[in-house]
Structures are given as structure tokens and as C-alpha cells.
Design a protein around this ligand. Structure first.
Ligand SMILES: *Cc1c(COP(=O)(O)O)cnc(C)c1O
Length: 370
């Protein structure tokens, strides 16, 4: 008999640094009154994260979405962008809001990332870029994507919102592509409450992106070159990031233990497809996706409903596909993406956060399997 939870279990729960550490971090601001606009905290966090990403050119933003939207703008793109429909809506919105046309490419059904073999047939003389997503922190097939980009002269932008501290083939994930975007939203593995970042390969792109983030100002004046916005990170957000960064290794270790707890139980169950086994991958345990195949104990929708009856919220990330949104219906004539459609109908992300207990994991699995 599974007990109904008295406190609800949500799909995620933000980690917080000790309260006193945060107040100590922001204490100085009551003296210096420098609250935003590239203050001391902002500059410190920028250099700490540049180190973390092993990046020469790194910028902080008010959120991950603006980092991505401005990243696309900074590359001065025009035409069609090949991308995945199996993502958070931000990825597709950033493309469309730049006046670009998303061309949806199917995903690899095991890896959930864009399928490089399906990209080439979609390339036309209007294609300018590939926007790929390291979904759930699973790296895209970066070598194959880079080869295509070279062959056809395309830019590559990675939505690495889920991939903080992921390493692939011995490299930091941020080192792939022309630009990699990160989200530091409260629900992500590393967070600044709201926040985002971008790693750029090219110094010129970095300079443009830096101006776009601050209304297009360059060295204190507007030179009229680029229409910018306000996407700066405040000192309070940067301070939260500096505090959280002290605990990030502990955070990821706890998430690893929890994921392994789930694995131990769910690996033995027929019909469940778990996180893919990818060589040369160092994970960050950001999400725990489970795909309910035909011979699973129950369907994805039934599993999600049953959990909710016990006050446990799992999430159908990412359902529906962004290519199906009604706001795009006059704009797009999407190619069919059957693998993405199939996975979107079967996948469920189970609760995963540092303070989830073994007892709670057992309870969640009991509900899934009975
Ligand atoms: C969270 C997320 C974003 C947007 O980041 P915000 O910081 O919330 O603006 C973009 N893409 C993906 C895949 C995300 O999960």
C-alpha cells in the first residue's frame, strides 16, 4: 500500500545556498549601491564561469532565452535554421523571433538529440544554421554536426540549457559550436534564480553579443550598429550564482546517487527505456527521463496520472513538439518527424533534485510499476 504524500513532490526543487552565505555575499551592496550593470558580483561570476566552461569569451544574461535569442541575432543570420522540435519552446521561439524559419529535423530515438543523418536532406540554399539541443544534458553528435556545418558553411548554435558541467569526448560541452547557450534558471542544475550565459568562439561575435545585451551601447554610446535589448544580469542574481557555485559538485553528486537509486529499480523492468549509455560522456544528472514502450507496466499518460493521485508531479518533457504549436501554423509546413513524435508521446521526466530521499524514490517507483 503506497501512502499518499503529505508534502507534494514536484519534478524539481531549487537548491539554495545557506541563507547566511547569501546575505554576506550581498551585504556590501548596501554600501556601494551598485545593483546591476556589470558590477563586482557580475564580473566575478563571469570570470568563474569562463573558467568553468574553459572559454575565452563568455557573457552572462538575464536569462537563458535572451542569451539564445541574442546569440542568433549576433550571428547576423538570414533564412532557414535546421532544428529539433523535441525541446522547450524557448529554442523555437528564439529562432522565429529573429525572423528566421525553423526547419524541423527528426531526432535519434535513443539519444533524443537531433539526428545528423536526417539533417543533410533538409539543407537548401536558404539554410544558414543548425540550432541543436543537448536535451536532458545528452550531448548531440557534435562531430557529425560539425562536419555538415563545414561542408555547407553553416553556423552551429547549441542550446546547452540542460548541459551545465557536462563533458563529452574529453571536452567541456561549451566548447562545441559557434555559440553555446546555457540557462541558469531556478529549475536548472546550476542556477542564479533567473539567468543565462553564452560561450562564443569568435571575438567579434562576442563583442556584438555584449552590445546587444545592453541596448546596443558600445563604450557608453549607441553607435546605431545593432538594435539591442536589456538582457543584463543583476548583482543579486550574480551573487546567488557565486554562492551556488560553491556547492555545484555536491549537488551533482547527490543527483547522481538519486539517479542510480532509480536505475537500480527501473533497469529490471521490461518496457522502460532509460537514459542512453553514451561512451565518453560525463553526465550532470539534470533530468531522469523514462520512455514507456509498448510492453511497459503502464502507459506514460497513466503513469503520470497515477503519480499525480499521490501528489507527485512528473513532467511530460517535451510534449507536445514545438512544431505543433498553433502560433506557427500559418508560418510553417513542418516535415514529419516520426521519432520525435513517438518519444514525445511516451516520455516522462521523474522527480529529481538533491534533497529527494530514497524512501520517496521507492514510493515513486512503486506507483509506476503497480
Ligand atoms: C530552460 C530552457 C531554456 C530557457 O532558459 P531560461 O533561462 O528559462 O530563459 C531554453 N532551452 C531549453 C532547452 C531550456 O530547458
Amino acid at each position: 500500500m503506497v501512502m499518499k504524500s503529505n508534502k507534494p513532490i514536484l519534478v524539481t526543487r531549487s537548491s539554495m545556498p545557506p541563507f547566511d552565505e547569501y546575505t554576506e555575499m550581498i551585504h556590501n551592496m548596501w554600501e556601494n549601491r551598485w545593483l546591476t550593470n556589470m558590477g563586482n558580483m557580475h564580473e566575478k561570476l563571469t570570470s568563474r564561469l569562463a573558467e568553468e566552461f574553459e572559454a575565452d569569451h563568455f557573457l552572462l544574461f538575464s536569462n537563458g532565452h535572451m542569451a539564445l535569442e541574442l546569440a542568433l541575432q549576433s550571428l547576423k543570420l538570414d533564412g532557414e535554421v535546421i532544428t529539433t522540435p523535441f525541446t522547450f519552446l524557448s529554442t523555437t521561439q528564439a529562432i522565429v523571433r529573429n525572423g528566421l524559419t525553423p526547419v524541423f529535423c527528426d531526432i535519434d530515438p535513443v539519444r533524443f538529440t537531433i539526428d545528423p543523418a536526417k539533417i543533410e536532406p533538409l539543407i537548401t540554399d536558404r539554410t544558414c544554421a543548425i540550432v541543436a539541443v543537448h536535451v536532458y544534458g545528452i550531448p548531440c553528435e557534435t562531430d557529425a554536426i560539425e562536419a555538415l556545418a563545414k561542408k555547407y558553411g553553416l553556423k552551429v548554435i547549441y542550446d546547452a540549457a540542460h548541459a551545465f558541467q557536462v563533458r563529452y569526448k574529453g571536452q567541456n560541452i561549451a566548447r562545441y559550436g559557434d555559440i553555446s547557450m546555457f540557462s541558469f534558471h531556478a529549475t536548472k542544475v546550476f542556477h542564479t534564480v533567473e539567468g543565462g550565459g553564452a560561450v562564443c568562439r569568435d571575438f567579434g561575435v562576442y563583442q556584438r553579443l555584449s552590445r546587444l545585451r545592453n541596448f546596443g551601447f558600445f563604450q557608453g554610446a549607441f553607435d546605431g550598429d545593432q538594435l539591442g535589448v536589456n538582457a543584463k544580469m543583476s548583482e543579486f542574481h550574480a551573487a546567488m550564482g557565486l554562492c551556488n557555485l560553491r556547492y555545484i559538485n555536491q549537488e551533482i553528486q547527490k543527483r547522481k546517487n538519486i539517479s542510480e537509486c532509480y536505475d537500480k529499480i527501473l533497469r529490471k523492468v521490461k518496457g522502460l527505456q532509460l537514459f542512453p549509455d553514451i561512451p565518453e560522456l560525463e553526465r550532470n544528472y539534470a533530468y531522469y527521463p523514462v520512455v514507456f514502450l509498448n510492453d511497459a507496466p503502464k502507459s506514460r499518460d497513466k503513469a503520470c496520472e497515477d503519480l499525480q493521485k499521490y501528489n507527485i508531479t512528473a513532467r511530460k518533457y517535451f510534449f507536445p513538439l514545438t512544431s505543433t504549436f498553433s502560433c506557427y501554423k500559418d508560418l510553417l509546413h513542418p516535415e514529419p518527424t516520426p521519432a520525435a513524435e513517438d518519444i514525445a508521446g511516451r516520455v516522462l521526466c521523474l522527480p529529481l533534485y538533491a534533497s529527494l530521499s530514497e524512501e520517496e524514490i521507492n514510493r515513486i517507483c512503486d506507483i509506476l510499476l503497480n
